[in-house]
Ligand binder design. Structure first.
Ligand code: HEM
Length: 423
């Protein structure tokens, strides 16, 4: 039985989501449904019922939904469990939401500084590199230095963890939704093996001297527990998969856009940190492919403007950032960093609601990592552009993976740039 929604919204006939049916381009499919059925409609897909809303009032109501009745946590879990082994969710004691205590960000940025120096050594004086490969490796190194055990961010341990995390990668659930049926059919065998590998590497690091603050907190939470080694390693694993992949992707787009904009590149090299912040926010906004979902646990009302729907338990209320972020007012399809004033739009007057545009979300679920992510991306682009002259080897502007429905866009195929160390 599918969840009740009253009154009945328009049903997008024949439309399914990429976990359940093959689609050419997940965002385009929903854009076509919106054009045909209006700003609020239902998609029935697999066993699920999604109420999508894109109207100004609907999106405002979406961000105001109470977590205990319409849950982001449950929606994220249902999405990620398509890829991650069930056991990783059980019994976690340190969660990604607890990564931002006083002093934490300064430590992560110190680790980023070291990871950037290592990246420069690996790049050498000149060559070519895939932008998204470079940013993924950098994010792994910074993240593992910040929350895995001593030694996990260098040498053989690091290479083993990179390989394991690239296999475990929870973001495949929304970047390659069309691959999830095969993951289910395999019984998540590759993911379980990757988790075992992570347990072995992180487990061996637990009692080495020199733990980071966060790793020490994770270890302390398992003090005296007979399942200590696995508990610690799986806390680290869930933190790492939940946090780093969007940051790596967004940093990739920030680099791509700056390679294409020499004027802003030069200003950032000259030390304009505020511009670096604006550029990273703008690239993140344009690269957003996020489906924002709330799984209804208890019936809730959703006012979409003119109509208020009563949405029953089991439905998912959703909006899709790429359908509003670039079109809610004229000019939003262009890369214009100066539209940002700190983390807000400088002039939202053309928008029917400020909630129609975002890089890091609105309301109480707004990303707690936004200040850190913007600082980290700005620091990384400033370092890399300061060290290297760069040219694009991509023939046309890179495009997102077409089936992707969630998170920050991943580039479809390689995205290679040439670099040469500056004099
Ligand atoms: C550029 C990188 C990132 C982008 C674009 C991004 C974007 C977002 C967005 C749009 C939301 C709100 C989702 C919603 O309302 O459904 C969110 C929430 C969240 N993000 Fe991020 N994020 C990034 C990096 C990170 C990092 C590095 C972490 C590390 C821990 C993180 C942790 C979280 C958490 C825990 C939440 C949930 C907050 C809550 O439910 O109260 N994010 N993020």
């Amino acid at each position: 039985m599918r969840a009740d929604i009253t009154p009945s919204p328009p049903l997008a006939e024949g439309v399914g989501l990429p976990w359940d049916v093959p689609v050419d381009d997940a965002v385009a499919v929903l854009a076509r449904a919106r054009a045909a059925y209006g700003d609020t409609f239902v998609v029935e897909t697999g066993r699920d019922r999604y109420l999508f809303t894109f109207s100004p009032t609907g999106v405002e109501s979406f961000y105001a939904l109470p977590e205990e009745k319409a849950s982001k946590g449950v929606a994220d879990y249902l999405m990620l469990r398509r890829k991650l082994p069930d056991e990783i969710f059980e019994g976690r004691r340190t969660l990604p939401g607890s990564l931002f205590r006083k002093g934490d960000v300064a430590t992560y940025l110190d680790n980023l500084g070291e990871a950037l120096d290592t990246t420069s050594s690996e790049l050498g004086t000149s060559g070519t590199v895939d932008v998204f490969g470079l940013t993924r490796r950098l994010a792994h190194r910074m993240g593992l230095a910040s929350w895995a055990g001593p030694g996990c961010a260098s040498g053989d341990d690091f290479e083993r963890l990179v390989a394991a995390f690239d296999t475990l990668d929870g973001s495949d659930a929304f970047v390659h939704p069309d691959a999830m049926a095969a993951v289910a059919a395999s019984g998540k065998a590759a993911e379980k093996a990757a988790l075992d590998e992570i347990t072995a590497v992180v487990g061996a690091s637990i009692d080495r001297p020199g733990a980071s603050d966060l790793f020490a907190r994770i270890v302390a939470a398992w003090d005296g527990d007979p399942d200590r080694e696995r508990g610690i390693a799986w806390d680290v694993a869930l933190i790492h998969v939940a946090s780093m992949s969007n940051l790596a992707a967004a940093l990739g787009w920030a680099l791509v856009d700056l390679v294409e904009h020499p004027e802003q590149q030069a200003a950032i090299r000259a030390g304009d940190t505020e511009l670096a912040h604006q550029c990273t926010l703008e690239s993140t906004r344009l690269a957003q492919r996020s489906i924002m979902g709330r799984t209804v646990l208890e019936p809730v009302d959703l006012d979409v403007g003119g109509t208020t729907y009563r949405v029953g338990a089991g439905a998912t209320i959703a909006t899709l950032l790429p359908l509003t972020n670039t079109s809610a007012a004229p000019g939003l399809d262009e890369w214009r960093p100066e539209r940002w004033n700190r983390s807000r739009l400088a002039d939202p007057s053309a928008l029917a609601s400020v909630t129609l545009v975002t890089a890091f979300g609105h309301g109480k679920h707004t990303c707690p990592a936004q200040p850190f992510s913007v600082s980290a991306m700005s620091m990384a682009v400033t370092h890399l552009l300061g060290e290297y002259d760069v040219d694009a080897l991509w023939p046309t502007y890179p495009v997102p993976v077409p089936a992707q429905i969630g998170g920050v866009a991943r580039s479809d195929g390689d995205c290679v740039m040439r670099y040469r160390r500056r004099a």
